[in-house]
Design a protein around this ligand. Structure first.
Ligand code: PLP
Length: 450
């Protein structure tokens, strides 16, 4: 579509007049006005088109404006826009069936929410009521959402301003060999020591006081750290031994991102509760939820579940989930994510890492990859310090700006860039984005010791 800078300026002025943005100093932000989006791309009003290697906030797994999902929302809107959660609704039941069929093991009941944080809140509530215990364990280097319990469970600096209300949350270290908290030298050691550390944390907190352990199956925002073989099975065994509910947060990793419907499928592990959002309908309409095991669901057979939301199982959201899941199955979108990751993205990133002094490690699977950027490959010193802002963060700012100049919209968090395109991305699009990334990394290289 033709450039229209005046329209873009008007959209931005209207935003600045009344929109209060997430996570931001309102006087310091400069939101880019967006004119449209399709598939793997979106574009602004100045004639710039961006290949979206961020999938917005890692949610547009099916790409932008998938015609089948758009049509399903339009059809549902014409038929019935809203109904209270207490009624039986065809699209809600169908969405629940399609999700339950894909979640691992006996996670066959679905509680719908409006997004990921509310899913985490409700999973934690279910675990506490089911066990009669209060503490919940989560890892450093995690993100679980920005509501009350979810932000306290989060293991990144966004938790700090809300820490005063963190009753019952205890953090521990998960496995991450490249920056091992356990001084491990290989994956087997990292796994063994991470599990021993968790055991010890539980012993010192008191197993009888712990309701749940919540983990991202593959931690996302914190760095896409694929757990070593045996770790998740080990946590499952520890939970079983102590009567602790095991919650896997698949808000980011679920629905195709890792090249499987759920990341847990890679590890053969079934949690007691699984949270989802984002990819369930690519965020076309807000939707999240909790998949619940038979045992925990049974806790609330005769006893009311004390939680609910006006829009739980909203018909527009559920219709978009039904269309998304069906399209993903019909078009082999999960398989595409696995193949592109294995054949195109993974090999290209490893090759890029060899040529760029700023790339310390490449890790990931499916369309879920991280580049850990460093000042020095030997010392692994991060390119910018943990939680850097302002001038200290300039190297990452320069890298992101270089990506955008090259027509690539990057995901950037601390010293990392994540390659998290739509699961629908084609080989040609992936190669276009990887070439732009390769070039932009020169801007990061300039800030290394090399
Ligand atoms: N859990 C994980 C693993 C996430 O990545 C996110 C969001 O990025 C959330 C929970 C919170 O989801 P929402 O922003 O939809 O509340």
């Amino acid at each position: 579509s033709a450039a229209d800078p005046a329209a873009g300026a008007a959209v931005k002025a209207a935003d600045r007049a009344h929109v209060f943005h997430s996570w931001s100093a309102q006087g310091l932000i400069d939101p880019l006005p967006i004119a449209g989006a399709e598939g793997s791309y979106f574009w602004d009003y100045d004639g710039n088109r961006y290949l979206d290697f961020s999938s917005q906030l890692v949610n547009t797994n099916i790409g932008h404006q998938h015609p089948k999902v758009v049509a399903a929302i339009q059809e549902q809107a014409a038929k019935l826009c809203t109904l209270a959660p207490g009624f039986a609704v065809d699209v809600r039941s169908e969405a629940a069936r399609l999700i339950a069929e894909r979640t691992p093991g006996d996670l066959d009941k679905i509680f719908f929410t409006n997004g990921g944080a509310e899913a985490v809140e409700n999973a934690v509530r279910m675990a506490r009521l089911h066990t009669g215990r209060s503490k919940v364990l989560s890892t450093y280097r995690s993100y679980h959402g920005a509501t009350a319990a979810a932000i306290n469970l989060t293991g990144d600096p966004r938790r700090w301003p809300s820490d005063t209300a963190s009753a019952g949350v205890v953090h521990f270290w998960g496995p991450f060999l490249y920056r091992s908290p356990f001084h491990a030298e290989n994956e087997a050691q990292e796994c063994e020591r991470a599990l021993a550390h968790l055991e010890q944390t539980i012993a010192f907190e008191g197993p009888q006081s712990i309701a749940a352990i919540i983990l991202e199956t593959v931690p996302g925002t914190a760095g896409i750290m694929v757990p070593p073989p045996g770790y998740l099975a080990g946590v499952r065994e520890i939970c079983d031994r102590h009567g602790i509910v095991f919650i896997l947060d698949e808000v980011m990793a679920g629905f195709g991102r890792t090249g499987q419907w759920f990341a847990a499928d890679h590890f053969g592990v079934t949690p007691d509760l699984l949270t989802f959002a984002k990819g369930v309908n690519s965020g076309y309409v807000p939707l999240g939820g909790v998949a619940i095991s038979a045992e925990i669901a049974a806790t609330f057979d005769q006893r009311p579940y004390p939680g609910g939301l006006t829009y739980s199982g909203h018909p527009l959201a559920c219709a978009s989930a039904v269309a998304t899941i069906n399209a993903m199955a019909e078009e082999r979108i999960v398989e595409n994510a696995a193949e592109i990751g294995e054949k195109v993205i993974g090999p290209a990133l490893r090759e890029i890492a060899e040529r760029h002094p700023s790339v310390g490690e490449v890790r990931g699977l499916g369309v879920f990859w991280a580049l850990d950027l460093v000042k020095n490959k030997e010392t692994r010193e991060p390119l910018v310090p943990y939680n850097a802002s302002g001038a200290a963060n300039a190297p990452m700012g320069a890298f992101a700006a270089a990506c955008k100049r090259g027509g690539l919209w990057p995901f950037v968090n601390m010293n990392r860039t994540h390659v998290v395109p739509a699961c629908t991305i084609t080989e040609a699009e992936a190669k276009e984005g990887l070439a732009a990334l390769d070039e932009a990394l020169t801007a990061a290289d300039a800030h290394t010791d090399a």
